[in-house]
Design a protein around this ligand. Structure first.
Ligand code: 3PG
Length: 408
């Protein structure tokens, strides 16, 4: 391993600063937590640290300043306490006098969750780990702790203070979730069981050509099934007229450069890229199927069609590894859940090792009650995407640097 894990950490009677990612979808009106996935995934590391006699100070974020889901972490502390069976105290402060004295008076086995770290503007400044290590937060908290543990895989693509700023100063370790995510991802990006099929859907598509090119050029993936908005973007890049509603849904991300890139990658790897040959369109709230040669249409295209589903199911049946990012259509709407439901069901009925990630994909998996049948559900969204593109994750790089420093 290029970074240290909890196997190497001596935590007994020590104060540990633990960064976790419990950034969670909240109800628009009540701000209640809607999904416990990330909170449950944070529990093993907390339990292990407490079990080994550490005093644990937790840093985490919720939302972004100015956004609707930017809230205090009080209810996260309650949810963490319930999920872990460990009393997790919350302090509505990050580095004030009260926090400092609360940390100083912690006893073995105590766990303290500090308030939303993004409440402090220094957290999100675009700085290097060394620069962040000189920040107010690190200067105040690092002297109170002996170790730093980063378990926030889902935020590992951010070079933010609490994610990278402690590693240059304190002995630093990956938590169990970070370790598990990186080990599992490295399995499918170094030596996947073949054939390896990728399903790329959802509502974002600008990075899709980069992911496809990398995975096919490295001969990691064998075939790519494209659904959701990325499928529409591929057809647009090929010059197919889709119709006004679909064109509108592509506007946010669809720049000429993105379409050029999609076309380049499609031309290069056409034989390995499977696009849907039909779609589920919406008419008066109902589903109507259309073939690609019937486009353009004024119906919004909200799912892949039945012929495509059948063709894709055959591809999936051969797979030994499947990676899924994004549903095949608007899976929140029962009329347009069909493509996602049938393909996800085919995946869990195949012999393949399946890895899924991204908030919408996980929501669809849960809606279909398939969560226990998927081999691995990643907590990462943006971090997973960046990993699949092959870009370094700053928080992981900081842990690697810390290991080198600790060994020298
Ligand atoms: C996520 O939900 O992807 C992570 O918590 C990172 O959140 P961010 O996109 O607001 O940085």
């Amino acid at each position: 391993m290029e970074f240290n894990t909890l196997d190497e950490a001596e935590v007994e009677a020590k104060t540990v600063i633990l960064r976790i990612d419990i950034n969670t979808p909240l109800d628009r009106d009540t701000h209640q937590i809607l999904d416990l996935t990330r909170i449950k995934n944070a529990v093993p590391t907390i339990k292990e640290l407490v079990g080994k006699g550490a005093k644990v100070v937790i840093l985490a974020h919720q939302g972004r300043k100015g956004s609707r889901d930017f809230t205090s972490l009080e209810q996260h502390a309650e949810a963490l306490s319930e999920c872990s069976g460990i009393k997790i105290r919350f302090t509505p402060d990050l580095m004030g006098e009260k926090v400092i004295s609360a940390i100083r008076s912690m006893r073995v086995g105590d766990v303290l969750l500090l308030d939303n770290v993004r409440g402090w503007d220094g957290e999100t400044l675009k700085l290097s780990p060394e620069e962040h290590s000189k920040s107010e937060l690190v200067r105040k908290l690092a002297p109170l702790a002996q170790l730093y543990v980063n378990d926030a895989f889902a935020a590992a693509h951010r070079s933010q203070c609490s994610l990278v700023g402690f590693a240059p100063l304190l002995p630093s370790y990956a938590g169990r979730l970070m370790e598990k995510e990186l080990k599992t991802l490295s399995k499918i990006t170094t030596n996947p069981a073949k054939p390896f099929i990728m399903l790329l859907g959802g509502a974002k598509f600008s990075e899709v050509p980069t992911v496809i090119e990398r995975m096919l050029a490295l001969e990691l993936a064998d075939k790519v099934i494209v659904g959701g908005l990325p499928a529409h973007a591929f057809y647009k890049a090929k010059g197919v007229l889709l119709g006004a509603p679909t064109e509108r849904s592509l506007q946010r991300e669809g720049s000429p450069e993105v379409y050029e890139e999609i076309k380049r990658v499609f031309d290069k790897y056409e034989a390995q890229i499977h696009l849907p040959i039909d779609f589920g369109g919406e008419i008066n709230g109902k589903r109507e199927e259309l073939r690609v040669d019937e486009l353009p249409t004024n119906l919004p295209l909200l799912d892949i069609g039945t012929q495509s589903i059948n063709e894709f199911k055959e591809v999936i049946a051969q797979a030994k590894t499947v990676f899924v990012s994004g549903p095949m259509g608007v899976s929140e709407n029962p009329n347009f859940m069909k493509g996602t439901k049938e393909l996800f069901t085919a995946i869990v009925h195949s012999d393949a090792f399946s890895l899924v990630g991204g908030a919408h994909t996980i929501a669809a998996v849960k809606k279909l009650n398939l969560q226990d049948k998927i081999s691995y559900i990643s907590t990462g969204g943006g971090a997973l995407e960046k990993y699949m593109i092959g870009k370094p994750l700053p928080a992981v790089e900081a842990l690697k640097e810390a290991k080198k420093r600790m060994e020298s």
